[in-house]
Design a protein around this ligand. Structure first.
Ligand SMILES: NC(=O)c1ccc[n+]([C@@H]2O[C@H](COP(=O)([O-])OP(=O)(O)OC[C@H]3O[C@@H](n4cnc5c(N)ncnc54)[C@H](OP(=O)(O)O)[C@@H]3O)[C@@H](O)[C@H]2O)c1
Length: 558
């Protein structure tokens, strides 16, 4: 039965046992059902109207209003989905199908219908998503690779012009800082923005967010004051380039695209939508077509070397298929077992690049697993699943007792390694696992959290997932709530999260990386107390983690 009216509450009151305490709700004023722009509404539509108007801070929401056009973004969508689940009593395994429905038809009418279908058990588990033909997606045609004999070859060892994607992101900001410090090139930064000034501001904001003030072309404060000059005068080395990976020609004019193809010496492609819940089709334009456009630009005039940041997660399908070890040269396989649209797009992008390599483009692929804050500051991106997990552990005092490897690599070391390898002869055509010398398991991080004063118990995985479900229902805006489907959706007995555990994920070697970095002074540090404490300390200092009550780290925490 669907209620005739909905009354939004900040939180459901709970009994001491954690069950909804319905008896304590009282009788708050009930708004009139049905009325509003678009006319009479079904109870589901009415409930959804309350939810959307509250989350999006709109007085009125029409039936044909679009969630994203009203100001919704991926974070608000995740919260809205979590709240929908609670309000309408929908199982957690419907979150992903509902997400697909929202992306396909983001109107209130369409989403209310999908919600009703989910309640009635009529929504297909895959949200009627078509199967992705990965081989076809990775076919490079009709893109071609040319190196015009009359055009000077790109000077990638001492570049004058660099193209960078993702400069407003976590790793991209560190790459920009590294490129400014280690070259004298101009760095053209493709950024989603209204205009150059906005793009410049966004680059400056990212630098400030990750405490990257001191790079050669960035102001000491990393802020707008210093970067405001970049791109505006002859000596400026950061050139903001408003564009969009998801658009034809990267959102550039034909003239800009061709000029970049003529002048660029080397490309670092770190831009991508990093979202673990969205399906392949939603991420395809930015992550796959965007990479195809980068290849097209690189191969248009003079075969510009492309350095692509992928992820070690592309190996997950191998693990599910029973492969226990993968080198940097192991051919990728089992895309159909990856189950995360984002990882699928990285898989296809890699394959596209390898095809471009066969056609003559110098391409190099880098695979980190979990990038954490820099060695200096520990300034980590709180958009990552790992930060959400830490927040959940500290908020609830419960950690899953699982063999989750912590292959943490600091963002500044990652950036320095990529730059170093990209200058080396022989990098073209190779893949590099950007990994530390070894890694501890999650229990080690739990121990460091305890040293910082957090009370944490480790409980069996199943119990922990039940607690996650209960908690997400109680607080749908928790950073961990959007990741819920990864711990719930099962295939062949494994949840998506379990695909990344030590006993399932293939062990991966890093010989190419070790060899390329030997003698450079750049090395991935061990994941030890110092590295974890710096990152935990930063999460506490910025207020992302609520400091333990006594406010003082326990003995031995540094
Ligand atoms: N962080 C990790 O632990 C990790 C681990 C393994 C691999 N990686 C890989 O490393 C790369 C960087 O990750 P990150 O953590 O730095 O992610 P991030 O902070 O989310 O940054 C992503 C960047 O890509 C840009 N981008 C997304 N869609 C775009 C579009 N349509 N047009 C132009 N730019 C677009 C973003 O721009 P906006 O600011 O406009 O959104 C942002 O600058 C990604 O390729 C990711 O797959 C990251």
């Amino acid at each position: 039965m669907i209620p005739a009216a909905f009354v939004p509450l900040d939180q459901m009151p709970l009994t001491p046992e954690g069950e909804p305490a319905r008896g304590t709700l009282g009788h708050p004023p009930v708004p009139a059902p049905g009325a509003g722009p678009g006319g009479q509404r079904t109870p589901t539509q009415a409930g959804m109207t309350y939810l959307w108007s509250r989350l999006l801070k709109k007085d009125q929401v029409g039936l044909d209003d679009d969630f994203f056009a009203l100001g919704g973004n991926s974070l608000l969508a995740a919260e809205m989905l979590a709240r929908t689940r609670v309000m309408f009593g929908i199982g957690a395994d419907y979150v992903r199908p509902l997400t697909r429905c929202l992306l396909r038809d983001p109107t209130l009418r369409g989403f209310a219908q999908a919600t009703q279908d989910a309640r009635a058990g009529r929504l297909a588990a895959d949200g009627d998503q078509g199967r992705v033909d990965f081989a076809r997606e990775a076919d490079l045609a009709p893109v071609r690779v040319r190196a015009h004999p009359r055009c000077p070859r790109p000077d990638w060892r001492r570049p004058l012009e660099i193209l960078l994607t993702g400069a407003t992101g976590f790793l991209g900001a560190h790459l920009l800082s590294e490129l400014l410090a280690s070259t004298s090139a101009r760095v053209w930064c493709l950024v989603r923005a209204r205009d150059a000034a906005h793009a410049r501001q966004r680059i400056a904001d990212a630098a400030a967010r990750y405490d990257l003030g001191g790079g050669a072309g960035l102001a000491a404060d990393g802020g707008a004051a210093g970067l405001a000059a970049c791109g505006g005068g002859p000596g400026d080395r950061v050139v903001p380039l408003p564009g969009d990976l998801a658009a034809p020609r990267l959102g550039l004019s034909p003239g800009e695209f061709r000029e970049l193809a003529r002048s660029t010496d080397i490309i670092y492609h770190a831009g991508a939508i990093v979202n673990f819940i969205y399906p392949y089709e939603e991420l395809r334009a930015a992550n796959v077509t965007g990479t195809r456009e980068v290849i097209r630009l690189a191969g248009l005039v003079r075969a510009i070397p492309v350095h692509y940041v992928s992820t070690t997660a592309v190996l997950a399908g191998l693990g599910v298929a029973g492969v226990r070890e993968a080198t940097e040269d192991t051919p990728l396989a089992h895309a159909d077992r990856l189950r995360v649209g984002y990882v699928e797009t990285k898989f296809v992008a890699e394959e596209l690049l390898r095809n471009a390599g066969r056609a003559g483009l110098p391409v190099t692929i880098y695979r980190p697993m979990d990038i954490v804050g820099s060695r200096r500051t520990g300034a980590w991106s709180t958009a990552t699943e790992m930060c959400a997990l830490i927040r959940f552990i500290t908020d609830t005092g419960l950690a899953p007792d699982i063999d989750l490897p912590l292959d943490f690599v600091p963002a500044d070391t990652c950036a320095a390694a990529i730059r170093q390898i990209s200058c080396a002869e022989g990098a073209a055509g190779r893949t590099y696992h950007l990994a530390g010398p070894g890694y501890p398991m999650l229990g080690y991080l739990v121990e460091r959290l305890r040293r910082h004063g957090f009370e944490v118990s480790q409980v069996p995985f199943g119990i922990w997932v039940s607690e996650l479900l209960r908690y997400a229902a109680h607080d749908p805006s928790h950073p961990m709530a959007p990741f819920l489907p990864l711990f719930v959706d099962r295939d062949q007995g494994l949840t998506t999260a379990e695909m990344y555990l030590e006993h399932v994920f293939p062990h991966y070697t890093r010989s190419n990386t070790e060899q390329a970095l030997r003698g450079s002074g750049i090395a991935f540090p061990p994941v030890d107390d110092g590295l974890l404490d710096r990152n935990i300390g930063h999460l506490i200092a910025t207020g992302y983690l609520t400091a333990p009550r006594d406010g003082r780290p326990r003995a031995h925490a540094r």
